[in-house]
Design a protein around this ligand. Structure first.
Ligand code: FAD
Length: 432
């Protein structure tokens, strides 16, 4: 299996936008050109704002082009746990936000005419043990009460593969090719009149009180306001609130193409994209190129400055082991390549957005479920920075000026989560 540094979904852009050389002024500077940053910059340009977008590599180079491609209304924390911890109104507002994010991302695909194999097929949070199945029933109930489009489904009836007993089918969203999506959104951003500087790392951001100064290796941007959309990399900037999020490396594996009749034989007749109900999820989906992409399980905490890296061999091996356990009928299918990316994880496992200072707003809408959410939050932050009142969906994740004493996400905690999942797997195998 080849371990690769870039996304496995698409080629990198052939032509790069000019890095920043010299000093420039603008109304708003957006730092970090993932889905969140591009979406924010597009919205600002649409409103006639003079906007500069700084990207350390090329637009979309981070998690946005590397993810599993699920457009999901999941919020990263467990629904049942959220139902226990949060007031009903708060939970409803979170699910309304997440569902609107799905529609926002779908609209972006349509509006910009992006050819990225989007399939509006829903996603199943699938159970691989009786315990997970009971959990799925409870989750479906909590989600329905919170107004989310979700229903409990039995495995056979939903066309899930053998061994997947049933689960919660999200009534919205689906899957796409994130690499192709990024190339399309990047082209739309460049066309829109946003002043894009690629290969331009923001080294330091200072709020002077009457504006913001961003230092880069070969120049400086002076702006009235700034949006910080650097995701896992945000902690590398001193202006970012401390302990807001921990960078976490997440990996994916792609197999060789699988003949459709093999998928029918194992019962995966619906081809529904799935995530399991483990503490740290496993995801399995069939791609339009006929391969299976699977991922997550073992995630690893990192520190800024974040390295460019591939998945660790033992992590990729663990993913393949999981694939063999879940799909014994596909053991002969060869895994071909593995890649990964950095996400930012908040202590609550919920998305966050807020104010780093008077003139700098931030977004960290990810925790592994931010493909649609980061874009939607970027759009809402762009309106907010232009003076709009706090949108109710932004209010659902708004932290204002709140500071964070501690981060509960750490390497040992994530490893403990993986161990607990494997112990639960073993117990389920014994009690089958
Ligand atoms: C392997 C993997 C699988 C995932 N699967 C899913 C999924 O199926 N569904 C889902 O919803 N979510 C998924 N996610 C999460 C999702 O991809 C992210 O939450 C989302 O893309 C975050 O978007 P973003 O714009 O906030 O950040 P990013 O896409 O990470 O963009 C941040 C950008 O900022 C740039 N940058 C960083 N520092 C600086 C700086 N100092 N100056 C300038 N630029 C800077 C980076 O180069 C990067 O391009 C997954 C993530 C990974 C890694």
């Amino acid at each position: 299996m080849e371990l690769i540094y870039d996304t496995g979904w698409a080629e990198q852009p052939a032509i790069v936008e000019q890095p920043l050389i010299g000093d420039i002024d603008c109304d708003v500077v957006v730092i970090g050109g993932g889905g969140g940053g591009m979406s924010a910059a597009l919205r600002l340009a649409e409103k006639g704002v003079d906007v500069v977008l700084l990207e350390a590599k090329t637009l979309g180079w981070g998690a946005t082009s590397r993810n599993a491609g699920y457009i999901t209304n999941s919020i990263a924390a467990d629904p049942e746990l959220l139902g226990f911890l949060l007031k009903r109104e708060r939970l409803r507002s979170l699910y309304r936000y997440a569902e609107n994010a799905v529609h926002f991302a779908e609209d972006a695909v349509a509006h910009h005419g992006i050819d990225c194999d989007y399939r509006r097929e829903g996603i199943v949070m699938a159970a691989v043990s009786k315990g997970q199945l009971r959990h799925a029933r409870r989750n479906a109930k909590v989600m329905a009460e919170a107004g989310s489009s979700a229903e409990f489904v039995e495995g056979r009836a939903a066309g899930l593969p053998e061994g997947f007993l049933g689960g919660v089918r999200e009534g919205v969203g689906g899957t796409l090719n994130p690499g192709e999506f990024v190339l399309g959104l990047r082209a739309a951003t460049i066309r829109s009149g946003v002043r894009v500087h690629e290969h331009t790392l923001a080294r330091d951001v200072t709020d002077t009180g009457d504006g913001v100064i961003v230092e880069t290796p070969n120049g400086r941007v002076r702006a009235r306001k700034a949006l910080l959309t650097a995701n896992a990399y945000s902690a590398g900037l001193s202006i970012t609130p401390k302990n807001l999020a921990t960078p976490v490396w997440t990996s994916l594996v792609e197999t060789e193409p699988v003949a459709p009749e093999r998928l029918d034989e194992i019962g995966w007749t619906s081809r529904a994209p799935m995530v399991t109900l483990h503490m740290i999820i496993e995801s399995y989906r069939v791609t339009p190129r006929g391969t299976i992409v699977f991922g997550t399980r073992r995630v690893q905490a990192g520190r800024n400055p974040l390295p460019e890296r591939t998945p660790a061999p033992h992590v990729a091996d663990d993913l393949v082991r999981g694939f063999h356990e879940r799909f014994p009928g596909l053991r002969d299918i060869t895994p071909q390549k593995a890649w990964g990316g950095w996400i930012g994880m908040s202590s609550t496992w919920l998305p966050v957005a807020g104010e780093a200072s008077d003139n700098v707003l931030y977004s960290l809408a990810c925790n592994g479920h931010g493909f649609a959410q980061a874009q939607y939050v970027g759009h809402l932050l762009a309106d907010r920075i232009g003076g709009a009142p706090l949108h109710p969906d932004l209010a659902a994740i708004w932290h204002g000026r709140k500071r964070f004493r501690l981060s509960f996400v750490s390497g040992p905690a994530l490893y403990a989560g993986w161990l607990a999942d494997r112990a639960a797997d073993r117990l389920a195998a014994l009690t089958k």
